[in-house]
Design a protein around this ligand. Structure first.
Ligand code: UD1
Length: 382
């Protein structure tokens, strides 16, 4: 069976890792004969936004790089679609796996379904209910073109049922690791299947945290050893594309951190926006270049709180018991709010009161194993 994975943006490289490791394990231990083809769309292209992640996490280098970075949304999406079409025609995979909600995700999914290749969507069923976000449109379209919908939580499976999907495994409960499928459960394109696999980012964290603790030197490098600091990340279009929105974020950061040290690894989009809009953060905000995954985990573990508009960081903060304020009006990761670890800045003028308990709502760290099990149930495409 040939499985083609398409990635392009920073978090997608990380999400691919557990599936690649699980594939190698199956081939080694069960003679599974799975062929794994990795396509990088090139959406992220700077060394520390792309190659650094491959080097640090030991991810295999892509088999293809489509060079679709640094373009306008429509051009980027169209380029991913056209170039993926060429790759899929050449490789003829049995399934295409896409991740999350980026322009790379939608471009690859459209290319695959137009060639009648089934799509498996990792991180299905998430919604912000804000159609001004490019990511929201990408999520909706990709879910509705997918054959396998891998949901990170039970609430995501419920959302897909609300949108008319009918086949949900085990009422959206976390799939049992020894689940036995009958022939009737075989999955086909006109019968998409929703499965709560748990969140693949939890697999990654379990895998990477110990390595990060032994390999990252960022806390010492930035002399943060005994210092109380807040971690800040901003990159969403809704916060960066308009001067007023970016100024509002900068003012909020100043108010909520009251002069305490803030470390901000700055995304290139945000750096460009600050320059364009003439926005400056307070003098307590230390701006650094984008950091590696290990460094990010260590900053998050040591920070007293995190201010972010990233989806991944909200969950990582939750798992690490670091209080989080999300710099958005809404979030897809509602469980982090419900459990009291996260608040939205539109509604919060203070940090959440960190509760002791972190509920296990995003699976058990074995999402990739479940996903591979399901991928192998797909009928051969060729
Ligand atoms: C994209 C995703 C977002 C995801 C994020 C992860 C979409 C619509 N958005 O946002 O959902 O959370 O990735 O980081 O797909 N740039 C560089 N160097 C790079 C990468 C980007 O300079 O290596 C510049 C681009 O040229 C562009 C800007 O940053 O000017 C934005 O990049 P882009 O990939 O379009 O979107 P992100 O903001 O990264």
């Amino acid at each position: 069976m040939k499985i083609c994975h398409v990635v392009g943006a920073r978090p997608q490289f990380v999400k691919y890792l557990p599936l690649n490791l699980a594939t190698k394990k199956l081939n080694r231990e069960c003679a599974a004969d799975l062929v794994d083809v990795l396509v990088h769309t090139g959406q992220h292209y700077d060394y520390n936004m792309s190659r650094l992640f491959f080097d640090e996490l030991g991810i295999k280098l892509p088999d293809y790089n489509l060079g679709a970075g640094g373009k306008l949304q429509a051009v980027q999406t169209a380029e991913v679609l056209v170039k993926c079409d060429e790759v899929f025609n050449k490789e003829d995979p049995d399934v295409v796996v896409v991740y999350g909600d980026t322009n790379s995700t939608i471009g690859a999914a459209l290319a695959a379904v137009k060639l009648h290749i089934p799509v498996a969507h990792v991180e299905a069923g998430l919604r912000s209910f804000n159609k001004f976000m490019p990511e929201e449109i990408n999520r909706i379209v990709v879910d509705h073109t997918s054959t396998l919908l891998f949901c990170p939580s039970q609430s995501a499976t419920q959302q897909l049922q609300n949108e008319g999907f009918r086949r949900v495994l085990d009422n959206g409960k976390l799939m049992s690791l020894d689940y036995k499928f009958s022939d009737q459960s075989m999955i086909d394109k006109n019968n998409p299947m929703i499965v709560n696999t748990g969140d693949i980012m939890y697999d990654v964290m379990e895998h990477a945290l110990k390595m990060a603790q032994s390999q990252s030197s960022i806390i010492a490098d930035l002399a943060l050893g005994d210092i109380n600091f807040t971690l800040l990340t901003i990159h969403r279009a809704e916060n960066t594309d308009h001067a007023e929105a970016l100024k509002r974020v900068a003012e909020y950061v100043t108010d909520i951190t009251s002069g305490g040290q803030v470390i901000c690894p700055m995304h290139p989009r945000t750096a460009k926006a600050c320059e364009r809009h003439g926005v400056q953060f307070g003098s307590n905000v230390r701006i650094i270049d984008p950091v590696s995954y290990f460094d990010l985990l260590m900053l998050l573990e040591s920070a007293s709180g995190v201010l972010t508009d990233s989806g991944g960081l909200q969950k990582e903060a939750f798992w690490m018991k670091t209080p989080c304020i999300t710099l958005r009006e809404e979030t897809e990761w509602i469980e982090t709010i419900d459990s009291g670890w996260n608040v939205l800045f539109g509604t919060a003028d203070c940090w959440p009161n960190a509760p002791e308990f972190v509920p296990s709502v995003y699976g058990d760290g074995n999402a990739a194993e479940r996903m591979l099990h399901l991928l192998q149930l797909l009928p051969e495409h060729r």
